[in-house]
Design a protein around this ligand. Structure first.
Ligand code: ASP
Length: 340
């Protein structure tokens, strides 16, 4: 008999393992091990063996940031040879950011890293945790076939991690990847869309994130850019601008020009993404994006804001010349963008 597949479950926190408290749901240390031990499905011969690594402290995913991403990535790297794949249990609120970050940090990945969680805690009768967890574990074990990517499994869909975005605060199908076909879906059996998968990497290389100063600015009708001039310091290394439609932005009486001048003087990299859920920014398509083009802003194409943030962290954490960071921002590194 073939040896059982081995999966490492990394429990970082999130609703999946929370319990009710007088102040609302909160992480419950030790509870996940108990919940898993009480799940008879996990002893089914079809299921992989697993080890649980529980973080201390367990976090609501609002607290996730570069230090936590580094820890998850290091834990995967350190255990990489011991397991067939990894499941990261995570809060849904920032799961798409963490999935994006891990996809950049884990260069050369050849094993599945599947993020999942739930909208209803495990301890509740109607919880979606059980299904999400079981399918994520099977996928991490390479069933029905290996998916050598950082992915997000939720509500019966497997999404490329750096294309995913949370689309519902309360629906059990909470995520989608509007600009990228799903990688697999649930049904009578799990169907993998093999043609959508990226090829496995050759050797895992970890790039940890530092803490470069970056920001996100969502443009809205009537935006007074002068309000944001104070953040345009030489410290600010990158700014994701969530622009209208194809990358359009109102000039608003010179306010935009001053902001762009500051960015240019300070060497701040501007990345223009679209606010639309689907489709792509395309700087230069409309006259309203001309100032961005003239100041040398980078086009984020169809990247999610989550992926753009993670990619800025990734590139700015390396000692790369600005021109190279700008050029790499527009290139497809991990399947995060479709390009022009
Ligand atoms: N606030 C929770 C978190 O992101 C929400 C969830 O897990 O669904 O940690």
């Amino acid at each position: 008999m073939a040896p059982k597949k081995r999966v490492c479950l990394i429990h970082t926190g999130g609703t999946i393992g929370m319990k009710p408290t007088p102040y609302g749901y909160a992480p419950a240390p030790g509870y996940m091990a108990e919940a898993l031990a009480g799940l008879p499905e996990l002893s089914d011969p079809a299921m992989p063996q697993y080890d649980l690594v529980e973080y201390q402290p367990l976090l609501d995913s609002s607290y996730m940031a570069a230090p936590q991403w580094n820890r998850i990535a290091r834990d995967i790297r350190d255990r990489y040879q011991d397991y067939d794949g990894f499941v990261v249990l995570h809060g849904t609120d920032t799961m798409a950011y963490t999935a994006s970050a891990l996809s950049f940090m884990l260069e050369g990945l050849a094993k599945p890293v599947i993020l999942t969680g739930s909208q209803i805690p495990f301890c509740r009768i109607r919880s979606d945790a059980r299904d999400n967890l079981i399918c994520a574990m099977l996928l991490a074990a390479g069933e029905p076939e290996p998916v050598p990517e950082v992915c997000l499994w939720f509500g019966g869909k497997l999404l490329r991690g750096n294309r995913a975005t949370k689309v519902s605060a309360d629906h059990l199908i909470a995520f989608d990847s509007p600009n990228c076909p799903h990688l697999a879906r649930d049904g009578v059996r799990i169907t993998i869309y093999r043609e959508q998968l990226r090829p496995p990497g050759k050797a895992l290389k970890l790039q940890e994130f530092g803490s470069p100063r970056i920001a996100v600015l969502k443009v809205f009708p009537g935006i007074q850019f002068d309000l944001f001039e104070k953040i345009m310091t030489p410290d600010l290394r990158g700014l994701v601008l969530e622009a209208f439609g194809a990358g359009n932005i109102p000039a608003n009486e010179g306010g935009l020009a001053r902001l762009l001048d500051r960015a240019r003087e300070n060497g701040t990299i501007l990345v223009v993404c679209t606010q639309c859920l689907k489709g792509s920014a395309a700087i230069g398509q409309y006259e309203t994006s001309r100032p961005l083009r003239e100041m040398g802003a980078v086009c984020g194409w169809d990247m999610t804001a989550e992926a753009a943030v993670a990619k800025l962290y990734y590139l700015l954490s390396q000692d790369l010349p600005t021109a190279q960071v700008k050029s790499l921002m527009e290139q497809n590194l991990r399947g995060e963008l479709s390009g022009p």
